[in-house]
Design a protein around this ligand. Structure first.
Ligand SMILES: Nc1ncnc2c1ncn2[C@@H]1O[C@H](COP(=O)(O)OP(=O)(O)OP(=O)(O)O)[C@@H](O)[C@H]1O
Ligand SMILES: [Mg+2]
Length: 358
């Protein structure tokens, strides 16, 4: 319960004036009504008022004043004569009663003040904790972005290394094989072997191209996420026989390179999952550019699965989905998974933009 708490009473002088006025009014009404009507509790008003707003000592002073006024009013309004001891005793009992009231009020007020202080301190502590957590979250996000950038730089380095050293060497081997083959057209056995080798080198060149594209699809930086996904989906469709449709909604925004590469890899993993586990016949991936965020929604018509069970720590089957969830969280985004057995799968990747990454 909240009592009215007029602001002016917080100034001691006004609280003193108010309690003296209340005492005067109470004393006057007590005198008017005579000794037959009980009035004790009304004398508590000025005592409590002063004890609450000014303090213990002023409360004591008012307790004495109340006892004296009450005794005086009693004396003037009581017809019978009494010994001085009678008045003294009554005034003493009333005074002690008011002093006890002062103690209760002061104790009450101190408890309230202590509680308010404790609430204040706890609130400050909680605010500091929240600020610390926000800071920790921000540095985790920065760290996540830095890891992404470092990983991407390494992939890029390895991709160029493979391209420059292995692919070029393989192309030279292929040229030499073709030259050797045309130099020995009369020996069919040798010619057959050489053309076999040339075929193998061709496949190796193809494989290293796929590997370098997997490691670091250079076109991502030039043409962007959706164009690269479309190119990948064509190759994926040929390889797996599953229809893949990539759509784009909204105005494309520039993405930090590492995020671009990361989202491409995550989408690839989800397409692979749909075919590998769900045996999906059709996959639809929609890239939504929204103000302040990017959302990729991937739906497949595959077998579906119990996502809660598959991602539970005790029954985790692979690294794909947990890895995506972890990384996307460190980038400040989230992954939502909606799948039920027999009903296909929907995965939503959401990241805020712009992200602190390069
Ligand atoms: N689109 C999907 N349709 C059906 N089941 C799925 C689908 N995606 C994931 N799953 C189920 O969830 C499990 C976990 O997938 P996750 O990608 O984490 O691991 P994985 O693909 O088994 O292994 P990894 O990705 O490490 O090679 C899978 O084993 C599979 O049972
Ligand atoms: Mg997987």
């Amino acid at each position: 319960m909240r009592f009215p708490d007029p602001k002016f009473l917080h100034r001691p002088i006004y609280a003193m004036i108010a309690s003296v006025v209340v005492l005067a009014v109470v004393g006057y009404v007590d005198w008017l009504t005579g000794p037959d009507l009980a009035f004790a509790q009304f004398y508590l008003l000025p005592v409590s008022l002063l004890a609450w707003y000014v303090g213990r000592r002023s409360g004591y002073a008012m307790a004495v004043a109340c006892a004296v006024v009450w005794m005086y009013v009693d004396a003037v309004s009581t017809p019978q004569q009494h010994e001085a001891l009678y008045w003294f005793w009554n005034a003493l009992v009333r005074g002690v009663f008011f002093v006890m009231a002062v103690e209760v009020v002061v104790h009450w007020k101190n408890t309230g003040t202590r509680l308010a202080q404790m609430v204040d301190e706890r609130t400050q502590e909680l605010k500091a904790e929240i600020a610390q957590r926000v800071q920790a979250q921000a540095s985790l996000q920065r760290l996540g972005a830095q890891i992404s950038a470092a990983e991407e730089a390494e992939r890029r380095r390895v991709a160029y290394e493979i391209h420059d050293a292995v692919s070029q060497m393989l192309s030279l081997v292929k040229i030499n094989l073709e030259a050797a083959q045309s130099a020995a057209p009369t020996d069919p056995k040798r010619s057959h072997r050489l053309s076999d080798c040339a075929g193998m080198v061709d496949r190796l060149i193809q494989q290293t191209r796929t590997l370098t594209f997997d490691l670091h699809p250079a076109m991502l930086d030039d043409l962007g996420l959706v164009a690269t996904l479309r190119r990948y989906s064509r190759e994926f469709q040929e390889r797996t026989g599953t229809d893949v449709e990539i759509s784009e909604i909204g105005e494309p925004q520039p993405l930090p390179s590492s995020l671009n590469h990361y989202l491409f890899r995550a989408t690839k993993e989800l397409l692979n999952n749909a075919v590998k586990h769900g045996r999906a016949k059709e996959i639809v991936a929609a890239v939504h550019w929204e103000s302040g965020g990017l959302r990729i929604v991937i739906d497949d018509d595959g077998s579906g699965f119990d996502s809660v069970e598959a991602l539970a720590p005790q029954s985790r089957r692979g690294l794909g989905l947990p890895g995506i969830r972890e990384r996307i969280t460190t980038l400040g985004g989230e992954m939502q998974l909606d799948s039920r057995i027999g009903e296909g799968t929907r995965v939503i990747l959401e990241v805020p933009l712009p992200v602190n990454a390069t």
